[in-house]
Ligand binder design. Sequence first.
Ligand code: ATP
Ligand code: MG
Length: 431
Amino acid sequence: MVAHNVNPLQATGQLPPVEWLNAPATRIVTQALTAHGAEIRFVGGCVRDALGHRQVKDIDLATPDPPDQVMALLRQAGIRVLPTGLKHGTVTAIVDHQHFEITTLRIDLETDGRRAEVAFTDDWLEDAKRRDFTFNALSANLAGEVFDPFSGLWDLAHGQVRFIGSAHDRVAEDYLRILRYFRFYGSHGRPPIDSEAIAACRAFANKLTEISGERVQSEFMKILCVADPAEILIKMKGAEVLHVILPEAGDPGVLRLVNWLETRAVIIAGVSPDPIRHLGALICETTTNVQELARRLKLSNRDQNRLQLICDPPVAVTADMGELAETKALRAYGIEQFIDFALIQWARELYAQTHLPPNRKKIWVELLERAVRWSTPTFPLTGQDVMALGIEPGPKIGNLLAAVETWWENHSYTPSRQECLNRLFDEANRL
Ligand code: ATP
Ligand code: MG
């Protein structure tokens, strides 16, 4: 049941009071864009999320002015502007470190599933038609009046993720919409899932291999952080989508528990859902070739290294590993990676056993609390201290320092500088 017969050109709603609508940075940008009288609107996620009473991440605006005019207006107002996607009509304005994406109203002239040939227009309805889902076609003018050409508000309120027009045709235009469908179903959808949309995703799933790794990664990382990622991944598997983008995916049971720990079981500032940790939890039982996965999904070196360590942990982080081993692991791998090891191990434990000792949770929580509070101690000696003993520059300096550092580490980083100097003196005499 969908409410229709809405005049798409008339405002039919109002944004709730949201801070960003009249914030100084927003006003600076909107005043610049309207200096010559253009009618501009907020579009996309900020309107949808304001209406859904969710936190708004970034602000997207649309204007009938062509991109060169947009750049000129912004520059005239002294605003920094980046030509982010000029060919597709998008520029980014930066005010007070905040980014505003401004896109010229456009029509897709030609599509091949991977990219679109676009033309600029001044027709708001045409621009809305090329958007993916009804609630992503919502827009709002500067007074906060909402335009809703495809009953997106109704769908938003009822958890309906609905393609504008035929699901099959819209997916054929842009295969990335398969992943966007699952992402928005994960963040906004309510069962039952739409069988027509699933059929369209299934029909074009194999085409996802033709989409660039960066675009797939960006959507997939968001899927990994929806409220219940394991549930969505099961749906993606059912639609034969998951194995196309992630053949390495294993049983999502550990991921489900990691997510439950992060969002429900432990309330610790610094422990929250993380896409790379979730990816690790999903593949760690099956994957040997992280390098190949990282290449395919265009992961950064940092993310690749982190994932590699999750899949092949060099240290066994457990609730009762002992404080010394704990601090050594924290110092060697850092807090973020330590939390990855701990949460995944804890989730594995929960997955494997139903009868854990009653104080088990307490021990894990205390471990995590110590981890987030951890600050890396600095080893109090340097090569200068070794040379001050009259030792010639060379490998002996490094060896001596390493020996004292290991001793200092084994004493839980408590020995003072003077105690380390004494130890160094002893070591140097022994060699
Ligand atoms: P987020 O909160 O993640 O930024 P968003 O809806 O703003 O969500 P974006 O990827 O920033 O998502 O896109 C902005 C808007 O552009 C969307 O709301 C939608 O209207 C449109 N859009 C983005 N990608 C597509 C696509 N592949 N096909 C059709 N419309 C799209
Ligand atoms: Mg956005």
